[in-house]
Ligand binder design. Sequence first.
Ligand code: NAP
Length: 228
Amino acid sequence: MVEDATTIAVIGGTGSEGSGLSLRWAKAGLDVIIGSRKAEKAGRVAGELNEKLAEERIGGLANRDAAAAGVLDVVLFRSAAHRPILEDIQPALAGKILIDVTAPIDPKNPARVQILEEGSAAVQAQAFLGEDVTVVAAFQNIAAGHLQDLDHDIDSDVLVCGDDRAAKETVIDLAGRAGMRGLDAGPLINATVVEGMTSVLIALNKRYKSRNAGIRITNISDQRPVTS
Ligand SMILES: NC(=O)c1ccc[n+]([C@@H]2O[C@H](COP(=O)([O-])OP(=O)(O)OC[C@H]3O[C@@H](n4cnc5c(N)ncnc54)[C@H](OP(=O)(O)O)[C@@H]3O)[C@@H](O)[C@H]2O)c1
C-alpha cells in the first residue's frame, strides 16, 4: 500500500506524460516532486500544475535532488535520454522502487514498434542499476492527454511488469490512486511487449484520427491476483 505521506519523485516530470501522472497523484493527495535537468524549469512547471490543481502539492527540483526526495521514483524519457538520466540519478535510487514509464519510440517512425537489443527499456534500466533497485515497468500505454484532463475518467488499464511481486502491488496501488486499474502482467521482460504497445496505440491514433487510444483487458475479475 502507498501511504498518504509518500513523496513520489517524477523524473522527466516536466514532459506531458510526467506532468499528467503528477497531476493525478497530487489530486489523490500524494506529494509529488517533479525533476528536470534545470531546477528552475522544474519549479516553473510545478507552479503551473499547482495552479491547475488549485493546491500546492507539487514541487520541482533538479533531477538528482528530486530522485533523492522521492520514496518512490518514476522515470519517463525518450530512449536517447534514458541512460544518461539513470546515470545521473543512480546514487539516489538505492533500496527503492523505480517505476519506468519509458517506451522506446523511433522519432522518425513512432507508429512502428522499436524493439531494443535487451528487449525493453525497463530491462535495460534494471541491468544498469543492479539488484539494489527494484525496477517495475508501468503506465507506458496511458495517453498524456487523458492524464492531464482531470475531469476525464481514464478508460484504460495499466499493465504492470516486474520481477518483485510486492513492488508490483505497490505500483498497482499507485495506478488505483491515479484512477486506473493496474494489473500484474508478469515479469519485467514482458515490458518488451507493453512498451511496444505504445507504438501500436500511436498507429491506431493515426489510422482512426484519435488522440488518446488506450487498452482494456477483458475477462479479468477485479479480485486480487492469485499468489502462486
Ligand atoms: N506523451 C504521451 O502521451 C505518452 C504516452 C505513453 C507513454 N509515453 C512515454 O513516456 C515517456 C515520456 O514521454 P513525454 O511525452 O512526457 O516525453 P517528453 O515530453 O519528450 O520528455 C520528457 C522530459 O524529458 C526531458 N528531456 C528531453 N530531452 C532530453 C534529453 N536529450 N536528455 C535528458 N532529458 C531530456 C525533458 O525534461 P527537462 O527539459 O525538464 O529536463 C522533458 O520534459 C516516453 O518514453 C514516452 O514514450 C508518453
